[in-house]
Write a protein that binds this ligand. Structure first.
Ligand code: SAM
Length: 222
């Protein structure tokens, strides 16, 4: 089986469309994984993926690159806080989508800003990702200090509590974010959002999968 055949098998068995990810880096990561699992070709590796849920989860984790942190790209968040949120909060109700939210640092950062700016504003943040493992972490809301390096001591004290070496997001923030599994390349999109945040994910897609036309197709309801 060649790489094209492997991708086809992945699509059939796991409903995961690897054709929409940039091939060079994808293949490099899969080949590294295969080597680590001591599998000599795609047939052997596919056998392992089908036999072991844990291996498939590791496979998905490596492919999807879950790197994130609170207030990632500080300048972007400062711009957002100063220039976009003040306009948005003129609405009585805000519906927000954090697409490809990884471990939840992004939607929780937005929830923190909204807590600070709009004690009276009603809002809801939907946060989605293709990777069920990171979503589990997001729902737990427990983070190491590296993930929190852009969080000020004031925010840390107000919105987190310490649990050993980790910090856990407080319930007042947690309850504003709803997590759900969602594949940007397959699943239909929700509607009527006041804000959609989708960062550091489409860079992994092929130019065709990135195209506006393809993405807007997903807005059509079922
Ligand atoms: C680098 S993280 C970005 C997290 C956050 N948006 C940020 O900017 O910090 C990329 C995330 O995209 C998710 N992802 C990759 N392919 C996806 C897809 N087809 N649909 C939804 N999420 C996807 C990964 O699981 C990963 O959590």
């Amino acid at each position: 089986m060649d790489f094209t055949g492997f991708k086809e098998q992945i699509k059939q068995n796991f409903c995961l469309d690897l054709d929409s990810y940039k091939e060079k880096q994808l293949k490099r990561r899969i080949d590294n994984l295969m080597e680590r699992e001591k599998k000599k070709d795609y047939v052997e590796y596919m056998g392992l993926l089908l036999a072991s849920k844990e291996t498939y989860e590791k496979f998905l984790d490596t492919l999807t690159i879950n790197v994130t942190e609170f207030f990632r790209d500080k300048e972007a968040f400062t711009f957002f806080e100063r220039n976009i949120l003040p306009i948005l909060i003129k609405n009585k109700y805000l519906k927000i989508w954090s697409a490809a939210c990884a471990n939840g640092a992004e939607p929780y950062s937005v929830a923190i800003l909204l807590k600070e700016l709009t004690p009276g504003c009603v809002y809801q943040i939907e946060a989605t990702d293709i990777d069920a493992n990171v979503l589990k972490m997001a729902m737990t809301g427990k983070y190491n200090v590296e993930c929190l390096r852009n969080v000020s001591p004031h925010r840390l004290a107000r919105f987190f509590y310490q649990d050993g070496e980790h910090y856990v997001i407080k319930e007042q923030v947690k309850q504003k974010v709803f997590f759900k599994k969602h594949d940007l390349l397959r699943d239909f999109f929700g509607q009527n959002y006041n804000l959609i945040i989708c960062r550091n994910v489409v860079i992994y897609f092929t130019p065709q999968a990135q195209s506006l036309q393809q993405l807007t197709e997903k807005y059509k309801t079922k």
